[in-house]
Ligand binder design. Sequence first.
Ligand SMILES: *Cc1c(COP(=O)(O)O)cnc(C)c1O
Length: 233
Amino acid sequence: MTIQQNITQIQTQINYYLDQANRPQSAVKLLAVSKTKPVDAILAAYQAGQIAFGENYVQEGIDKISYFQQQHIELEWHFIGPLQSNKTRLVAEHFDWMQTLDRIKIADRLNEQRPYYKAPLNILIQINISDENSKSGIVPSEMLTLAKHIQNLPHLRLRGLMAIPAPTDDIQQQEQAFNAMNALFIELQQSFPDAQIDTLSMGMTDDMASAIQCGSTMVRIGTAIFGARNYHK
Ligand SMILES: *Cc1c(COP(=O)(O)O)cnc(C)c1O
C-alpha cells in the first residue's frame, strides 16, 4: 500500500474507534511520526492531506523543517523525543509543539529561547504512567507543580499531556494506563479552567484502539503510515 492509502485507512480506523466509543468524529488528531523517514515520504503524506508531523531527533527534525520551509510548504512540527538541555534552543526556534516536557529546567530554557516573533511553543507534559524502566516523564504526583510553573511562562502554552506506556499486547493493561492518563487530563483541565488544555497525546500503531477508547485526542502513528523503521543506516 502507498503512504496515501495508509493515511486513508488510518483515518477510517480512527473514525471507527471513535464511533465505538460514542465520541465525535473530529475528536482525534493524527500525528504522523516521520522519524528516520526521508522528506519524500513526508511529501507523500502531505499530498494525502497530512499536516502534523512528529520527530524524535533534533537535528534530523531541523533538517526536514528547513527543507519544507524552502519549498514553501507549511507543516506543523511536533518534537516527541527525549530532549537534552543543550538542544533546547533548536526546539524553541523551529518546532511548533514540544510533547515531552518533564523538567522545570527545560521549560525555563524553552521559554527564554522561544523567538518573540513566533507564537508561544505548545507544550505537553510527559507523564511516566506505567514504564518503570523509562527515565522519561514525571510521576503523576508532580503534574500540577510542573503545570503551574509552565502557566507562568509567557512563551510557552500548556496544552495537555502525553504518555508512552510500557508496550504490551494485553488490552486490559493498555486501558489501565490510558484510563489513568485520562483521569490526570481531566484533573489538569479542572485545575486550569481558563487555559486551553485540549490535548491528550496517547496511542501509537499497536495500541491506538485502546487509546481512542480511553479518551485520546491525538494519536502518534509511524509504522502504520510509513512502514517499519530501519535504524541501521
Ligand atoms: C516512534 C514513536 C511513535 C510512533 O510509533 P509507531 O509504533 O511506529 O506508530 C509514537 N510516539 C513516539 C514518542 C515515538 O517515539
